[in-house]
Write a protein that binds this ligand. Structure first.
Ligand SMILES: Cc1ncc(COP(=O)(O)O)c(C=O)c1O
Length: 472
């Protein structure tokens, strides 16, 4: 073939068509990339501009509430703007720190007391006393509601919890007993001591009247965990009564062990309260519920309710250091490495985080484990970093368990590769003002060898997930 022929061949319609094809293909590819970037940008702008237009629930509306217990529940859901914008998802926190007793535990304390009253186990204004073993929050909630309802309170707690919780309890008029942290198998563990104190109520000298002292009968309660004693003598040996309306029985003081770890009312408070509220607030649009577990009531009750509405909702555990739950979820055994290493700072779980983490199975944990889809172990350093990040970026001053929950939200969203506006709901259990002396005290943290790392959360967000780096 001559050169002139080959030149001629290139200038034929064939080459023109090929060139047009390449040009059109290139234009189409550039256009589709621009359109998809445009929609992605629009979507993330819309998400942050809308600032979440969820249907509000009837929050503390114009009705007059009936006393302090009327303030419990119906907490708002707040968008955590910094994390949501950084990740391209919606991270929403149930603002439980707004409850009058300052934590999610108000719901549980109210439900336990109301259930006991409904079942005729407790009668207000009879000199009756509620006993509980708690790291603080539940005690404060019980003491608050007890005052409003006409009961006294004895709270038994480990002596290493933040002092401000003790101050709050004392201000609320509770009898506070601080004991050395001990394992649950030890009779002197704080929950065991609370149970025993309830059993001994009437014999213990807490009942001041001479007439009532040294008398106490245990009543059958229909529950293996809830203990009720009465100073009335109108009780049969096996704890039954002939006449439930007997005047002496109704008017004499009782001792009541609330037992948040085993009591079903704990679960019910969340299954019938926190769960339905959350579902309504997000109008059914929820992809994951993230929570820590102390007694397991919140994650079991809320998680089970949300899954009953949509089984696709992922229930995710945020577990602090020293707790055995993470391993229970991941490997079926409740075990934490630190237990073996003997590095424990505390006896319940080895962490600066208060309120979550546990090393034994309880009724409420039993209800939680089968519905937990994923779990994250959150280090003290991560929880501390998150708390500082949220104050800096959002002006949110939160307690340690809330910080753990939010670290788990970030880790889960990244693990799932979510960045298209998926919704994660978590619990903002209490405020930072319950944690000044430990979690929010940099000196304390330094001595406990817990680093305050101000860039850790940015680094966590920037880590590439399965779908590439997160949008900023
Ligand atoms: C501050 C705080 N956050 C979270 C929890 C955990 O809630 P739950 O007992 O429902 O597992 C507790 C429990 O006492 C708590 O005190």
């Amino acid at each position: 073939m001559k050169l002139s022929e080959s030149t001629h061949w290139f200038s034929t319609p064939v080459i023109r068509h090929v060139s047009y094809g390449i040009l059109i293909g290139f234009t189409l590819s550039v256009t589709s990339t621009s359109i998809s970037s445009y929609w992605r940008l629009r979507r993330s702008q819309r998400i942050s501009q809308e600032q979440f237009e969820f249907q509000p629930i009837d929050l503390r509306s114009d009705e007059i509430l009936n006393g302090v217990t009327g303030l419990i529940g119906n907490t708002p859901l707040v968008r955590i703007n910094s994390l949501s914008d950084a990740l391209g998802v919606q991270i929403l926190g149930k603002a439980e720190f707004l409850n009058p007793g300052g934590s999610v535990k108000d719901r549980v304390a109210l439900r336990i007391i109301e259930d006991a009253e409904r079942q005729g186990l407790l009668h207000p204004h009879t000199g009756s006393r509620i006993f509980e073993g708690t790291v603080g929050s539940t005690g404060i909630s019980i003491a608050t509601i007890a005052k409003a309802r006409g009961y006294d309170t004895t709270i038994i707690m480990p002596d290493d919890v933040a002092q401000e919780k003790v101050n709050a309890l004392q201000a609320l008029g509770a009898d506070v007993q601080r004991v050395r942290p001990a394992s649950i198998v030890d009779k002197k563990q704080y929950v065991n001591l609370a149970r025993r104190a309830a059993v001994e109520f009437g014999r213990s000298g807490i009942v001041k009247s001479l007439e009532d002292a040294h008398i106490s009968h245990e009543l059958q309660t229909g529950s293996a965990s809830v203990v009720v004693t009465t100073t009335s003598s109108h009780v049969n040996a096996e704890g039954t009564v002939d006449d439930p309306m007997d005047e002496d029985l109704l008017s004499k003081p009782r001792g009541f062990f609330a037992d948040q770890f085993e009591n079903r009312s704990n679960f019910d408070a969340h299954y019938e309260g926190t769960g339905p509220e959350t579902w309504r607030q997000v109008d059914g649009h929820i992809d994951a519920f993230v929570s820590g577990a102390g007694t397991g009531g919140t994650i079991a009750g809320t998680g089970r309710f949300l899954k009953s509405m949509n089984e696709e909702v992922q229930v995710v555990l945020a577990d602090p250091e020293g707790s055995g739950l993470y391993n229970k979820v991941k490997h079926g055994v409740m075990y934490d490495r630190r237990e073996a290493e003997g590095t424990k700072r505390r006896h319940q779980v080895d962490t600066v985080v208060e309120g979550i983490g546990i090393n034994r199975m309880t009724n409420n944990i039993d209800l939680a484990i089968p519905i937990i889809d994923d779990a994250f172990r959150i280090t003290d350093v991560e929880a501390v970093a998150m708390s500082r990040y949220l104050v800096q970026r959002d002006g949110l001053f939160l307690g340690s368990s809330s910080a753990c929950n939010l670290v788990a939200c970030v880790k889960f969203a990244k693990k799932m590769g979510w960045r298209e506006g998926q919704t994660l709901v978590t619990v903002l259990c209490d405020s930072g003002n319950r944690h000044y002396s430990k979690f929010w005290n940099d000196d304390y943290l330094r001595k406990a060898n817990i680093r305050v790392d101000h860039s850790l959360i940015d680094d966590l967000i920037a880590q590439p997930g399965p779908g590439g780096p997160s949008p900023q």
